[in-house]
Ligand binder design. Structure first.
Ligand code: NAD
Length: 274
C-alpha cells in the first residue's frame, strides 16, 4: 500500500528541525507539497536539513523556550509564506542522570525546553491560527518513557508526561476554534548521532532484541504518524496521545514457544496427563 499526502498550499512549522525526527519531517512535508518553516537553535544543522529543498523550506534560528523565540518562529510562517496551517512542536532535550546526580540547572533547562517551549509554541501558534480563523493543527511531542519508571530519566520522563497533560488541556481550549491539538509519543527511534558511545551501544544492543519488533523505529515512521495527524484524514482524532513505538509501550518481544503447563486449566483445554 502506498499512502500519499497532499499538503499543497499548507504552511507547516516544524521545531527541532536541525536533526533526527524533525529533519525527516521537514523533508516528508516538503515532498508532500507543503511550505515548511524549519526551526531550531542549531543553524548549521538547519542548513543541512533544507539543503536542496529550495524555496519551499525556510529556516528560523530560534530558541523555543523563550517568548521571543516562539513568536519569531510563528511570525516567520506569515512573513515568508503568508499563513499557517500546522505547527509540529518536536524540539526537546533528553539528558539523563541519576536522581542523586541530577542538578537543578539541568532539570530547569529540560523543563524550560520540553514544557515551557511546548507551551509557548502552542500559545503563539494557537493565537495565530485563531486570528487567521480557518482552524489548524498543533502536534506536540511526548515519549513512551513518560509512562514507565526508567532509571536516569527523572527530568525527561516527567517533562514529557507534562506535555501530554498540557496537550489535553490545549486540545479542549482550542477545539472551539477548530484548532485540533494532539500529542505524539514515540518509542525508541534511531536518531542518536553515530558512532554510538560504548555505554549507549551496549544498552541498545540489550534493549532492541526485547522490543516487540526487535528494532528501533526510523524517524520517517514518526513523520508518517505526524502527517496523518496533520491531514484531513484525522479530522476526528483530537486531544489524545498517539504512540508510535512498535508496541514497546505494551509489552516485550514474544521470544519463546507458548506452552501452557498449568494443571489448573486442564479442564478448560481438555488436556489429559499421563
Ligand atoms: N529518538 C527517540 O528515541 C525518541 C523517543 C521518544 C520520544 N522522542 C521525542 O521525539 C522528538 C524528536 O526526537 P529526536 O531524537 O529527533 O531529538 P534530537 O535530540 O535528535 O533533536 C532535537 C532537536 O531539537 C533542537 N532543540 C533542542 N532544544 C531546542 C530549543 N530550545 N529551541 C529550538 N530547538 C531546540 C535540537 O537542536 C535538535 O535539533 C523529541 O520531542 C523527543 O522527546 C524521541
Amino acid at each position: 500500500m502506498n499512502v500519499q499526502y497532499d499538503f499543497s498550499d499548507r504552511v507547516v512549522i516544524i521545531t527541532g528541525a536541525a536533526r533526527g525526527v524533525g529533519r525527516a519531517m521537514v523533508r516528508q512535508f516538503a515532498d508532500a507539497g507543503a511550505k515548511v518553516i524549519a526551526a531550531d537553535r542549531d543553524e548549521d544543522g538547519l542548513n543541512e536539513t533544507v539543503d536542496g529543498l529550495g524555496d519551499v523550506a525556510r529556516t528560523v534560528v530560534a530558541d523555543i523556550s523563550t517568548v521571543d523565540g516562539a513568536q519569531a518562529i510563528v511570525q516567520a510562517a506569515f512573513d515568508r509564506f503568508g499563513r499557517l496551517d500546522v505547527c509540529v512542536n518536536n524540539a526537546a532535550v533528553a539528558p539523563h542522570a541519576s536522581l542523586f546526580d541530577e542538578t537543578v540547572e539541568v532539570w530547569d533547562t529540560v523543563y524550560a525546553v520540553n514544557c515551557r517551549g511546548t507551551f509557548l509554541m502552542t500559545q503563539a501558534a494557537g493565537k495565530a491560527l485563531r486570528d487567521q480563523g480557518e482552524g489548524g493543527r498543533i502536534i506536540n511531542f511526548s515519549s513512551g518513557v513518560s509512562n514507565r519508571g526508567s532509571a536516569g530519566a527523572a527530568a525527561y520522563a516527567s517533562s514529557r508526561a507534562a506535555t501530554e497533560s498540557f496537550s489535553r488541556v490545549a486540545a479542549i481550549e482550542l477545539a472551539v476554534h477548530d484548532i485540533l491539538v494532539t500529542c505524539v509519543s514515540p518509542g525508541l527511534i534511531d536518531t542518536q548521532p553515530k558512532p554510538l558511545p560504548p555505554s549507549m551501544k551496549d544498552g541498545l544492543s540489550k534493549r532492541i532484541p526485547t522490543l516487540p519488533l526487535a528494532r528501533a523505529g526510523e524517524p520517517e515512521e514518526v513523520g508518517n504518524l505526524v502527517m496523518w495527524l496533520a491531514s484531513d484524514a484525522s479530522s476526528y482524532a483530537v486531544g489524545h496521545v498517539y504512540a508510535v513505538d512498535g508496541a514497546a509501550g505494551i509489552g516485550t518481544r514474544a521470544g519463546h514457544e507458548i506452552v501452557d503447563e498449568d494443571v489448573r486449566y486442564d479442564w478448560v483445554t481438555g488436556r489429559t496427563r499421563s
